[in-house]
Design a protein around this ligand. Sequence first.
Ligand code: PMP
Ligand code: GLN
Length: 380
Amino acid sequence: PETKLPKVGTTIFTVMSQLALEHRAVNLGQGFPDFAVPGRLVDELARAMAEGRNQYAPMTGIPALRQAIAAKSERCYGRKVDADAEVTVTSGASEAIFDAVHAVVRAGEEVIVLDPCYDCYEPAIELAGARAVHVPLDPVDFSVDWQRVKDAISPRTRMLMINSPHNPSGAMLSPDDMAALAGLLRGTGIVLLSDEVYEHIVFDGARHESVLRYPELAERAFVVSSFGKTYHCTGWKVGYVVAPPALSAEFRKVHQYNTFCTFAPAQFAFAAMIEHEPEHYEQLGAFYQAKRDRFRRQLLGTRLRPLPVPGGYFQLVDYSAVSDLPDTEFCRWLTIEKGVASIPLSPFYETPPAGQRLARLCFAKEEATLDAAISRLEAL
Ligand code: PMP
Ligand code: GLN
């Protein structure tokens, strides 16, 4: 019999990290910072453990963290969020996405995703017995063609997933996008899932258009984020979802039997960080913008052509001046022969655009790491 996930192998992030290790390549593939987490976060975590916060957390998350998330949502996006009824802490954004899909999507229904999209979306949809309907983003600037999204809506459409700032391209939704999206969903029963894990990593004075800014959208949405991205600790796997009470109630039914609750000591640590060091997330855009700008200047000395990066911590490069290999082969070659690991874009698509020659480089790295990669890339 056919397996449940016939199209799924090992994720490209794992494959490329393993290849990087085997060939001692500088790993700019899988997205994770190679620098320390904020000192206070480590202290708060140690303190929580020492104080005995080591047993099950409340199923929905500790009150102090849910309140901190609610306060931050109001402060950043002007939305009053009920910490008890509308915030749930999860084991990473990945768990939040999985639970949200399983909470509302039934077998035989459809979920619209915008390609290229993050790799955990479609398996979650398929395990719910539903079907992912892929709508391509613009191949040049990764903008959304809302007419194409509208054309993809059918009576079976249960959910639409968006992601801004976008992985892998860094593209961000604009206020016009949000208006178009609201117009599209008005009068439908479609639930929105907004993946905002890079919400605080935005550049050049741009504003992150969180769904939480738009009451009409927020009323039908799961808004997902991840402390892994904001606090340089992707290995801790703590995230959360904000959703109206009825959606949160359904979400929690899945969450309570999936993981039940999330790593308790970290919840105390994040609550303290959000409350006492808001500068951390406020300054995250500037922190990464300096890395982005330096890395882009260095890339100009290579034959790779950097695309614009409005947000997130990934730099797309066009490698067509270097090679005509398809992207997965190019990225393998670059790792094995040239010692720099990257991520090809084709695994993010149902149907990759023909002839696309793009690779993703993560710049959430120490300057020394990026310098080491650049000196290898200059030799291409
Ligand atoms: N969505 C996007 C767009 C991501 O880049 C990631 C992290 N790779 C996730 C979700 C998952 O986040 P977490 O590690 O918190 O599960
Ligand atoms: N989100 C990370 C990325 O896009 C990878 C996370 C993972 O390895 N699953 O690189």
